[in-house]
Design a protein around this ligand. Structure first.
Ligand code: B4P
Length: 188
């Protein structure tokens, strides 16, 4: 089973590229951001719990994310690959993911990071705010999401570099060009 983590700061294009990769390789796309947003819009108990956290641009607790991912793996035990988009985002989540996959007899296959400068990230997210009105795309919240990324998520680069799983692709340019670069480094 191919377990690809698509990694990068908010706005790097993870969601955009994850959908295309999952379609091309026939893998299951799992976006923890999408899962959480669906809970919020349906007003479930989980959604009510995480709404204000997400709107402030903070990370949802590791415990909740781990619970969500455990159920994703249970429900999708017949797939031949995963594209994980937005998970893991903390060291604790990364360690728990290793444990979950290990129990299933699997492991992370590769971590592909989209490298995008901060000016471009802010530009993209503010554009999306105008187009889609996502509540966590306002200027202050975007800044906070970037702070959270630097503080909690960026350290995962070293974690995966040590495991020799980490690879970077330049994430500025056309969506199609970036997609073909990503595909060229995915060796199935
Ligand atoms: P996510 O939904 O994962 O939000 P994100 O990091 O901003 O990534 P997204 O997928 O939206 O951006 P993308 O780069 O695709 O998370 C939202 C929130 O959920 C978090 O802040 C947190 O609160 C919570 N959460 C989720 N997972 C969590 C976890 N594991 N632990 C704790 N909390 C968690 O796209 C950005 C924009 O750029 C789009 O408009 C796109 O069209 C555009 N774009 C893409 N590629 C482009 C290109 N090449 N050129 C120009 N624009 C491009």
């Amino acid at each position: 089973m191919f377990n690809l983590i698509l990694f990068g700061p908010p706005g790097a294009g993870k969601g955009t590229q994850a959908i295309k990769i999952a379609e091309k390789f026939g893998w299951k796309h799992v976006s923890t951001g999408d899962i959480l947003r669906a809970e919020v819009s349906q007003g479930t108990p989980l959604g009510l719990k995480v709404k204000s956290v997400m709107e402030a641009g903070h990370l949802v607790s590791d415990e909740l994310l781990i619970e969500i991912m455990e159920s994703v793996f249970v429900k999708n035990n017949a797939v031949n690959g995963f594209v994980l988009d937005g998970f893991p985002r903390t060291l604790k989540q990364a360690q728990e993911l290793d444990g979950m996959l290990h129990k299933l007899g699997h492991a992370v296959t590769m971590v592909l990071a989209l490298e995008v400068n901060e000016e471009e990230l802010v530009k993209r997210l503010l554009k999306r705010a105008q187009e889609q009105g996502r509540l966590d795309d306002t200027e202050d919240v975007v800044k906070n999401r970037l702070v959270q990324y630097h503080h909690h998520t960026k350290p995962l680069i070293d974690y995966y570099k040590e495991k020799k799983l980490y690879q970077e692709v330049y994430g500025v340019g056309s969506i199609e060009d970036i997609f073909s670069q990503l595909c060229s480094v995915i060796k199935t």
